[in-house]
Structures are given as structure tokens and as C-alpha cells.
Design a protein around this ligand. Structure first.
Ligand code: NDP
Length: 447
């Protein structure tokens, strides 16, 4: 069987096995065609049917999470953990608390995580987890009780050499702290069991900023190859959470101007540039909505709906909110706006059709598994510091992050060129990520 026939067979197999998992199927569909040239050179992976193993999680758990709200009502949510692939190290990937969470979304995230983690060159496998719990408008006590219940079950399945969760949408330092407290009570004090911990107990300096900063470093190196920089660039950012805020911070530091940010209701457009201090105050301290930002800034416009419908000139787009936030039409709008680079802070924010539009318009496209790998990379550095019982300085962590993102960018670029697909960073990321995982799997045998 040749490589094209083989990936077509795998695609069909995945669709047949899990017809009700559209996001997982989308992530596999995006991945498979790009690794064909590599498989053509390495028929041993076809002979050993490695893709059948790779598209099947090693295991996953679904569990009941019972908790009591402030009014005394008993509530129940679903909890999940996907342990997708441990060829390169313990399962590693965040926990997401959002009402949209289901098995399909977590499987897509965990699948992507395998290759992202491989690209960092750090010893971590791929996993993901979370719950359909909605943390919005919950009191601090409700969040605490939910996290305690969630960890009561999760603690049976994780450990510093087994599976090390971190944060994601709806899970920040507050949630990680409650989860950690519960793990400690049930098992033992082991700092290495969760990352994204606060600095007060074994967190890493620079972890909060890592995904956003890393994304901007990736684009910085891409711009350098074009003998260009962020100076004077007009940038659209979506989202206003952890990734978005620190992407905005780094773009501003490097001389770019970010004119948008968004939440799930609407977006801010501010021609003179977003006021980051105010944004941080509203999102990180008050935990309020972006409508408040608009009320407090004269030059800011607030519009309901997707930021990607905005008609305004821009050079770079950094989607940092959620999956499938940019569809085909919105990608065309970006092209019309003059956007030349799209780099993904969020996971799979562009639909497959949107990605095609980027390619047709010769926009440079940095896919999530490469461009947002900075977060998990610093999480792995947090694991190293926890094992050493040392804390590195912020400058040291940042320097390592910058080096890792440079390496990821160059690996994607060089791999794409090696397969005569210059500037196809998606192909570069997928082949480079796959190569290491597949080799390790083959060496470890049929397990
Ligand atoms: P946060 O919870 O801190 O922020 C999420 C942001 O996205 C919020 O502004 C939220 O708005 C918005 N958002 C969420 N869902 C939707 C939706 N359906 N439509 C529009 N906007 C939405 O999460 P993070 O910043 O941590 O994560 C953002 C993205 O980055 C995710 O895709 C995540 O998987 C990815 N990522 C995160 C990493 C990390 O280190 N945190 C690492 C790598 C990737 P609202 O408040 O209205 O919900």
C-alpha cells in the first residue's frame, strides 16, 4: 500500500470508529495528508501500521464530578482525562473547564498535544482533560468545591512520572492551587504533579506569560527571516484570557500595535492600541467582561460578534481564543484586510477551509502545535525545576523559552524546505513532530 492509500485508510477508520467526534476527526484530517511525503520515504511506518496506534488514545477516563453550589443544591458535571500517547514521556497537557467540553474536543486537543510536545524537544507525552463545568459567575467557594471533587477522582490517575496536567481555558492559577491542595491531601506533597502553580509554591517564573510570549517569539523569528520585525505592525488579537493578554504584552514590547481583543460575546477595536494595564485589571483582577473596558476607554469601540468579521487594515493576526473561531469567510476577510501572517495562540482556531484560504493568498501560517508550544515548554521547565528543587530566574526561563521557540520555528521552516514545501509550516510542524514520536513508538515495540 502506498502512503496516500494508507492515510486515506486511516482517515476512514477514524471516521468510522468515532463518527460523533467532529473536532477529533478535523484534527486528524488536518494532520494526515501533510505527513504523506515522510511516509513515502519511510515505508516501515506503513508496514507497522503506526498510524492506527497513533490515532487511538492509550486510555481515557470519564468520571462524575458531584459538587454543591452556594444555594445548597447538588450539581453534577462530567470530568475527563485523555492519556493519548506516552512514547516521549509522561502524559502532559492542560485541563479545560468550559461548558463546551466533551470527548471529541479533548481528543482533538490531546492528539495535537502529542506533536506539539514532541516539537519542544522536551521529554513529554501528550494528554488533555477537563470538564463541562462553567466557571463563569461561580463564587470562589463553588470553584474550590468543584476543584476538590474533580481532583478526588483525577488523583487516582496522575503522578509526576505518569501524567502531569496544567491549565487551559477556565483553569488558571486559582484552580491549579485548589487542585494541588486536594492532590496533596489525598496523596502526598509532590510539586511535580501539576504545572502552572503559583510562585508561592513551586511554580515557575514566566509560566503565566509563556504561551503568549512564545507565540510572539515564533512570529519574531519568522519576521526576521523576512528581514522585518514587529515595529510599526498593526496586529489583531482575539481572546482576552491568559494567552491573549501576554501575546499583547510582548507585541507591544517589540514595537507592534495591537488594536483588537475579544471575549465570547464581542470584541474591542481601538485604533490607537489596546490599553494593556486596563485590560489586565478588568480580566485578571475584576474577572469582568470586555463591555467594562469599552465603558472606561474613550477611543475604544465595542461590537458584538466575532472579531474576525472586522474590516480594517492589519498586518498580523493572532487568534488566541478557541477552536474554529476563524472560518473560510473570515479568513478571506483577513486577506482583504491585508494580513500577511496568521499565527495561532489558541488550539485549532482556524477551520480546514480557513487554512486553505491562507495558503491560496500566500499568507504565512504558524499552526498552533508549533506557535503556541511555549506554554507546555515552560510547563516542562517547571517540572525540571520541581525535580531539582530549584527555582530559576525569570530571565533564565525567558531565555530558554525564546531558544525553544526559535528552534521550533527553524525546525518547521527547514522541514518544510526539505520536502520542497517552502513556508508550509503546517507540513513542517506535522512531519517534525510525528517523526520523533513514530520513531520512539517503533523502538518501544507493540505496546
Ligand atoms: P482563558 O480561559 O484564559 O481565556 C480564553 C479566552 O477565549 C477568553 O477571552 C474567552 O472569552 C475566549 N473564548 C473562550 N471560548 C470562546 C468562544 N467559544 N468564542 C469566543 N471566545 C471564546 O484561556 P487561555 O487563554 O488559557 O486559552 C486560550 C486558547 O489558547 C485555548 O485554545 C487554549 O487551548 C490555548 N492554549 C492555552 C495555553 C495556556 O498555556 N493557557 C497553552 C496552549 C494553548 P470568555 O471569557 O467570554 O469565555
Amino acid at each position: 500500500m502506498n502512503a496516500k492509500e494508507y492515510v486515506a485508510q486511516i482517515k476512514q477508520q477514524v471516521e468510522q470508529k468515532d463518527p460523533n467526534q467532529p473536532e477529533f476527526i478535523q484534527a486528524v484530517d488536518e494532520f494526515l495528508p501533510t505527513i504523506v511525503p515522510f511516509l513515502e520515504e519511510h515505508p516501515e511506518y506503513i508496514e507497522k501500521n503506526i498510524l492506527s496506534l497513533l490515532t487511538e488514545p492509550e486510555r481515557f477516563f470519564q468520571f462524575r464530578v458531584p459538587w454543591q453550589d452556594d444555594a445548597g443544591n447538588w450539581q453534577v458535571n462530567r470530568g475527563y482525562r485523555i492519556q493519548f500517547n506516552s512514547a516521549l514521556g509522561p502524559y502532559k497537557g492542560g485541563l479545560r473547564f468550559h461548558p463546551s467540553v466533551n470527548l471529541s474536543i479533548l481528543k482533538f486537543l490531546a492528539f495535537e498535544q502529542i506533536f506539539k510536545n514532541s516539537l519542544t524537544d522536551l521529554p513529554i507525552g501528550g494528554g488533555k482533560g477537563g470538564s463541562d463545568f462553567d466557571p463563569k459567575e461561580k463564587s470562589d467557594s463553588e470553584i474550590m468545591r468543584f476543584c476538590q471533587s474533580f481532583m478526588t477522582e483525577l488523583s487516582k490517575h496522575i503522578g509526576p512520572n505518569l501524567d502531569v496536567p496544567a491549565g487551559d481555558i477556565g483553569v488558571g492559577a486559582r484552580e491549579i492551587s485548589y487542585l494541588f491542595g486536594t492532590y496533596k491531601r489525598l496523596r502526598e506533597y509532590d510539586a511535580g504533579v501539576l504545572t502552572g502553580k503559583p510562585l508561592d509554591f513551586n511554580g515557575s517564573l514566566g509560566r503565566t506569560e509563556a504561551t503568549g510570549y512564545g507565540l510572539v517569539y515564533f512570529v519574531k523569528y519568522l519576521l526576521q527571516d523576512l528581514t522585518d520585525s514587529f515595529k510599526g505592525k498593526e496586529v489583531f488579537v482575539s481572546g482576552s484570557g491568559n494567552v491573549a493578554i501576554y501575546a499583547i504584552e510582548k507585541v507591544q514590547e517589540l514595537g507592534g500595535k495591537v488594536v483588537t481583543c475579544s471575549d465570547s460575546n464581542g470584541y474591542i477595536y481601538e485604533k490607537d492600541g489596546i490599553d494593556l494595564e486596563l485590560l489586565k485589571e478588568i480580566k485578571e483582577v475584576r474577572r469582568a467582561r470586555l463591555t467594562e473596558y469599552a465603558k472606561e476607554r474613550e477611543g475604544a469601540e465595542y461590537h458584538e460578534g466575532s472579531v474576525w468579521k472586522l474590516k480594517a487594515q492589519a498586518d498580523i493576526a493572532l487568534p488566541c481564543a478557541t477552536q474554529n473561531e476563524i472560518d473560510e469567510q473570515e479568513a478571506k476577510q483577513l486577506a482583504e484586510n491585508g494580513v500577511k501572517i496568521v499565527a495561532e495562540g489558541a488550539n485549532m482556531p482556524s477551520t480546514l477551509a480557513a487554512v486553505q484560504v491562507y495558503h491560496q493568498n500566500e499568507m504565512l501560517y504558524g499552526p498552533a502545535k508549533a506557535a503556541n508550544a511555549g506554554g507546555v515548554a515552560v510547563s516542562a521547565l517547571e517540572m525540571s525545576q520541581n525535580s531539582q528543587r530549584l527555582a530559576w530566574s525569570k530571565a533564565e526561563v525567558d531565555e530558554k523559552l525564546d531558544g525553544i521557540m526559535k528552534n521550533i520555528y527553524e525546525t518547521c521552516r527547514d522541514t518544510a524546505e526539505q520536502y520542497a514545501e517552502k513556508n508550509n509550516f503546517m507540513l513542517g510542524a506535522n512531519i517534525a513532530g510525528f517523526k520523533k514520536v513514530a520513531k520512539a513508538m517503533l523502538m518501544q515495540g507493540l505496546v
